[in-house]
Design a protein around this ligand. Structure first.
Ligand code: 26M
Length: 841
């Protein structure tokens, strides 16, 4: 068969053109003379897919042959973004592809824009998973991702009359050329039903979970090519399909229709991504999604394990490491036990030992409202066997704790998996920690908060049993391939030119070599030219999306992230109003001397998050007033950029001078866009929160405009506020006054009422007694925020100084490559080693 295959030169422009023509004609049924840009994109995608498939298969064969330990990343979300540009870069096909398509009269960039942006994630957590995949492949680690192939990803955000409108994102459209459907790889997943006891073939007593419904999980493989390696890993996403058996007794038409309907329902499971981040809703379908993908993934990885000749269960932890991305896949703890005990007939004690050696858990948030808790009643109905297993695990766990701390220690109720109350609940965080070998936070400060605030009893328990390092820190990162090389080719070219090779793309410590040029005037002019280029692209983008002309000489100030009160987009827009008021006070001559600024804010609000949606409306309305004010519009513009997504980030981030990472200290676990901005030569206005702290440590204090209270001061400030001592800066009073006056309400009574409700809430004008006002300390941090912004303007006035700081910061970001992060996971948590596939024959 091998000999029959067309052999082609994968890197030769002519063979790329031939393959392109073949796909146009035979895969897409177009003619060579009549096709659209979309057809061309699709055909180019299939050209790449051929190469990816080959590499994926060979890499798998190699891993199997070497019998290596494997890592499996379980995540309900992957915010992968567009494939094409990234695949071309990682397969080292940039030159030949460019040539091939120039030869055909097409610009590659135009093809890239035809691709839908797969948004199978909400925000930070999902994008982190995608960056991890890129680094795992690049480091030649035998690691796969598992997740859900949602038919509808994150909603598309439209802004109508300044308000968010959610539109469905049917990203699959006419099919994604980069995915490989695997109808041969399916697993049954049972839901509901009941547990009975019986005898197995050998006459042994056993547990049977029967009845209910069965859906099939079908695999869709997404090849993930590494950069500068021949390894290609896999992201396997599961789609829910009706089970194959069809009830043939249905002879009445009505029963037949019902039966078809109930089978169609199976597909609802993987239909849509829940667009929430940071608030948890106890939706039954969500739990079904979680169990569905966890069960299919564990069945798949265990099947691979037992395919090995003479496997022994005791070897499982030497061959398998599983990472649970937040608590979303945490039902894995019980499912692993069920598969080992009920299906594989491993003894309970050994099964538990294996489970707790293989599984690991990453926590991504300290927001209490985000911690998942499922009603016991729901689990009992949907996963009756799992409830039994969790009950048994908890019993043993409590006994162990009672021995240690006494029968009635308060520690016990805190550590129990079950939460008592009117509605009994299962705490997924506790289940995750109990079932995990290692638990990690995502930045140094966050890991400390986990130990001290989120799970203090667990940490104490770990210390008591001599295992304080069960909780470890793994500071997040981002992949420099997508976020520098693809997003900012001009910057990538500068680095490669000055350093003499593109080695920095796989070893970011090499960027330190740029530091000796940080005052070099030639580099300065190239650097500023790079920023200009990025700003020109941004200007075209903003013109298209917001119909706004922006001055490319202005300082570009960006805040893009999910809209959430703790991230304080509200503080940002209040500052913009303040800046506007200051400008208005000035004479035309004085205005001439002020720094021009363009403030861009973008992000999606969870559909039920009322305050977040009002904040979007406020930003839009402030923009409408400021942008058309002839006194000031030359000096200050502000826009809400609709539908922030990965592809928008790739345009916006490289163009920024400063970006805002201004969460209340102790609330943002890490943040990852902060890293992307700095890698692209942007500086940060930020609080001492999340990874900002570590970025500052690496890049130098002078590269960051820090403000606001520290994490340890928050409690004290809040306590004083509650007792009535919470002064409001006069400049902020003036901003509140303008809002209350209706200056930004456009004569819309509804908007006026909403804006006032935001301000009132900050000022705590509400029912006496409870202080639920300015939870995120906008008022308290506002004056120092103004100071930080003034320092930005002053520093920016000195172009050479700014340029030097920009170079210095961008060149000091090695720590924040996911290559570093993933190396740590592989070494400290997984015990997985690189398996570099040689290019054979
Ligand atoms: C929960 C229930 C139902 C539907 C959705 C959710 C849910 C989804 C995503 C809850 C939280 C989700 O994500 C949290 C998140 O994105 N956390 C962010 O993780 C990043 C990567 O570690 C950090 O950089 C951010 O600071 C952190 O906010």
């Amino acid at each position: 068969l091998w000999k029959l295959m067309d052999t082609y030169e994968p890197n030769d422009p002519e063979s790329i053109q031939k393959s392109f023509a073949r796909h146009l004609e035979y895969s897409l049924a177009c003619t060579r003379f009549n096709f659209t840009m979309e057809d061309a994109y699709r055909a180019a995608g299939l050209v790449l897919r051929d190469r990816l498939l080959e590499s994926l298969n060979d890499t798998n064969d190699y891993y199997r042959k070497m019998d290596v330990k494997r890592g499996y990343y379980l995540s309900a979300e992957y915010l992968i973004g567009r494939h094409m540009q990234n695949a071309i870069a990682n397969l080292d096909l940039e030159q030949p592809f460019k040539e091939a398509f120039i030869g055909l009269g097409m610009e590659l960039e135009e093809l890239f824009h035809e691709e839908a942006d797969p948004a199978l994630g909400n925000g930070g957590l999902g994008r982190l998973a995608a960056c991890f995949l890129d680094s795992m492949a690049t480091l030649s680690l035998p690691c796969w991702g598992y997740g859900i192939r949602y038919s509808y990803g994150m909603f598309k955000q439209e802004i109508q009359n300044g308000r968010q409108v959610e539109c469905p994102d049917f990203w699959i459209g006419d099919g994604c050329p980069f995915e490989i459907p695997r109808p041969d790889i399916t697993y049954p997943v049972r839901l509901y039903g009941e547990v009975t006891h019986g005898e197995d073939e050998k006459g042994n007593w056993c547990v049977n979970w029967v009845g209910g419904e069965i859906v099939q999980a079908m695999a869709y493989d997404n090849p993930i090519p590494g950069f500068d390696t021949y390894n290609t890993n896999n992201l396997r996403l599961w789609r829910a399909c009706p089970s194959k058996e069809f009830d043939l007794d249905m002879f009445s038409a009505a029963a037949y229709a019902d039966s078809v309907e109930s089978r169609r329902k199976a597909e609802d499971l993987s239909a849509v991504l829940y667009p929430n981040d940071a608030t948890y809703e106890g939706k039954e379908l969500r739990l079904r999604q979680q169990y569905f993908f966890v069960s299919a993934s564990l069945q798949d990885l265990l099947r691979d394990f037992i395919k090995r000749p003479n496997y022994k269960w005791s070897e499982l932890p030497e061959k398998v490491a599983v990472q649970m991305n937040d608590t979303h896949p945490t039902i894995a703890v019980a499912e692993m036990m069920r598969l080992l005990v009920d299906v594989m007939h491993v003894h309970w004690e050994e099964a538990w030992d294996l489970t707790t050696k293989c599984l690991n858990y990453t926590n991504h948030t300290v927001m209490p409202e985000a911690l998942e808790k499922w009603p016991v009643e729901m689990i009992e109905r949907m996963l009756p066997r799992h409830l039994q297993i969790i009950g048994e695990l908890n019993l043993r766990w409590i006994k162990d704790l009672q021995k240690k701390y006494g029968d009635h220690s308060p520690v016990i109720s805190a550590l129990s998996i079950f939460e008592e109350g009117d509605i009994k609940k299962i705490r997924m965080g506790n289940l995750a920690i109990m079932g995990a070998n290692k638990v990690n936070g995502v930045a140094a400060i966050h890991t400390e908060i986990i130990k001290k605030e989120t799970f203090p009893e667990f940490y104490k328990y770990c210390c008591d049993i001599g295992k304080p390092d069960k909780i470890v820190n793994m500071t997040n990162g981002v992949t420099p391939r997508r976020w520098v090389h693809c997003a900012n080719p001009a910057l990538s070219a500068i680095f490669t030119k000055y350093l003499g090779s593109h080695e920095w793309l796989t070893d970011m410590t090499k960027l330190k070599g740029m530091l000796k040029f940080k005052e070099d005037s030639k580099l300065h002019s190239e650097w500023m030219e790079m920023k200009r280029e990025c700003k020109a692209k941004l200007a075209a983008f903003v013109k298209e999306k917001c119909d706004l002309d922006i001055d490319q000489d202005a300082l570009i100030d960006i805040q893009i992230k999910r809209i959430h009160e703790y991230k304080r987009q509200l503080m940002n827009i209040l500052y913009v109003i303040h800046r506007y008021q200051e400008l208005k006070k000035k004479s035309p001559g004085e205005r001439e001397k002020t720094q021009k600024r363009v403030v861009l804010i973008g992000g999606k609000a969870a559909s039920a998050y009322v305050n977040a949606k009002i904040i979007i409306k406020l930003i839009s309305n402030v923009g409408k007033v400021i942008n058309k004010d002839p006194d000031t519009s030359k000096y200050l513009k502000v826009a809400f950029v609709p539908n922030y997504c990965v592809s928008a980030a790739q345009v916006m981030i490289p163009a920024s001078d400063i970006s805002e990472h201004i969460s209340t200290a102790g609330t943002e676990a890490s943040g990852t866009s902060n890293m992307k901005f700095v890698m692209n030569g942007g500086l940060i206005v930020g609080t001492m929160d999340g990874a900002n702290i570590e970025i500052r440590e690496e890049c130098g204090e002078d590269t960051m405009f820090i403000f606001g209270c520290l994490e340890h001061q928050v409690a004290d400030i809040a306590a004083k506020a509650k007792s009535g001592h919470y002064p409001i800066d006069s400049r902020l009073q003036a901003v509140f006054q303008a809002i209350r006056n209706g200056d930004f309400s456009h004569g819309e009574p509804e908007a006026q009422a909403e804006f006032c409700s935001l301000v009132d809430r900050l000022c705590n004008i509400q029912a006496a007694g409870t202080w639920d006002g300015d939870k995120y300390l906008v008022i308290s941090d506002f004056p120092s925020f103004i100071d930080a912004q003034a320092r930005v303007d002053a520093t920016y006035a000195d172009k050479a100084k700014w340029c030097k700081l920009s170079i210095q910061a961008a060149s000091s970001m090695a720590k924040f490559s996911t290559d570093r992060t993933i190396k740590e996971y592989a070494e400290v948590i997984w015990g997985v080693k690189p398996a570099v596939r040689p290019l054979e024959d």
